[in-house]
Write a protein that binds this ligand. Structure first.
Ligand SMILES: Nc1ncnc2c1ncn2[C@@H]1O[C@H](COP(=O)(O)OP(=O)(O)O)[C@@H](O)[C@H]1O
Ligand SMILES: [Mg+2]
Length: 356
């Protein structure tokens, strides 16, 4: 027979076991709680860090946004300033263009002015002589009239007066004729320069007239026009302007004060369709580094002496645009300057006689 343990002692053992388990559970729970608390702390720290990061990011974002806004505002302002400046620049450019046009016009007029000055100088001599002769004749006539009124005129007095009268008439006639010729020549050149019109003219004779019209400025220099005489239907005024610019440039730039020079123009007709004008002086020449710039508007080495730097620019335009021609320059320091101009002979038939 198996002895059955008393019921009370069994439950006692169970309780002991239970107690033991509870104690074990409690230890385990405490450990778990500690772990959880630790994890909790870590998580909280992470949360704090994340929140701080988030705040930092948001602040950075706000900063960036405001920076961006500032940059956009500044860009807008810069754009407005730029727009204003570019419209100012456009206006300045427009003014410059107008000034340039005005200067080009005044340079053209100055070529004409030089011509007018030349005409005045040339005509001065025959007209001045005529005035002197006329007043001498008037004096002689007055005293002759007085002798005649008083009576007792001698034959020698009559012969003397007649000789003076004849000589005076001859002098008056010669000088007035010379003045008339000069006016006739220069009138044509001046009219041609003022109005760029086409007509028939003899190129060589016309070129000589241009040189003659500038003779007051050429008193130090020798000049000659050689080559073929060609009758052209072209723009004489334009050629007068081209030659005037070349000649005045030689006078102004190629020689020192009172230094004599030799100016040459040679005219060649190459065939029935092309003319060449070779113009040269034997002056100072143009430095190699400047030669490419001489046709630039406003390029001048003589600004202090009133140079505008437009003469060769206008000349280049006249030759290339109006005459459909071309121009080349050769120069060496100390050995003068040589311009060669070629242009086509207009196909218009030469029917009317040429006026030089
Ligand atoms: N025959 C020449 N001899 C020397 N230099 C010249 C001659 N022709 C032109 N030049 C040079 O070319 C420049 C430009 O000439 P141009 O356009 O007529 O202007 P500007 O005569 O007003 O100076 C001159 O300033 C000068 O330096
Ligand atoms: Mg000039």
């Amino acid at each position: 027979m198996v002895a059955t343990p008393p019921r009370e002692s069994t439950s006692q053992a169970d309780r002991e076991r239970q107690k033991h388990r509870l104690a074990e559970d409690s230890i385990e729970t405490t450990a778990t709680i500690k772990t959880l608390q630790k994890e909790n702390r870590i998580l909280r720290k992470k949360l704090e860090r994340t929140t701080a990061n988030l705040q930092h990011i948001e602040e950075t974002k706000r900063n960036k946004e405001s920076l961006l806004k500032t940059v956009i505002r500044e860009l807008e302002q810069s754009q407005q300033v730029l727009e204003r400046k570019s419209s100012d620049l456009e206006m300045t450019l427009e003014e410059l263009r107008k000034t340039q046009e005005r200067l080009v016009e005044s340079e053209k007029l100055s070529a004409l002015g030089q011509l007018v000055a030349g005409v005045a100088h040339e005509i001065n001599t025959p007209v001045g002589t005529s005035i002197t002769v006329a007043s001498t004749l008037a004096d002689e006539t007055a005293s002759f009239s007085q002798i005649l009124a008083e009576g007792g005129l001698r034959k020698s007095q009559l012969t003397g007066y007649m000789a003076i009268a004849q000589e005076s008439c001859q002098l008056l006639s010669n000088n007035l004729q010379r003045a008339g010729e000069l006016i006739q020549n220069f009138k044509q050149v001046a009219v041609d320069q003022a109005h760029l019109e086409q007509r028939c003219f003899a190129l060589k004779a016309y070129s000589e007239q241009v040189f003659q019209s500038l003779s007051p400025q050429l008193h130090n220099h020798q000049w000659e026009v050689t080559g073929d005489e060609i009758t052209l239907y072209s723009y004489p005024g334009l050629l007068a302007q081209v030659l005037t610019n070349l000649i005045t440039n030689s006078i102004t730039h190629a020689y020192g004060p009172d230094e004599p020079g030799q100016l040459r123009l040679t005219i060649t007709q190459w065939n029935s369709s092309e003319v060449e004008l070779c113009y040269s002086d034997d002056g100072k020449g143009i430095a190699p580094e400047l030669i490419a710039r001489i046709y630039e508007p406003f390029f001048t080495t003589a600004r202090n002496q009133g140079g505008t730097g437009l003469g060769l620019h206008i000349l280049h335009n006249l030759i290339t645009q109006h005459l459909q021609g071309q121009i080349q320059v050769k120069s060496e320091l100390g050995h003068g300057t040589h311009f060669s101009i070629q242009f086509p002979i207009p196909p218009e038939a030469i029917t009317s006689p040429a006026i030089p």
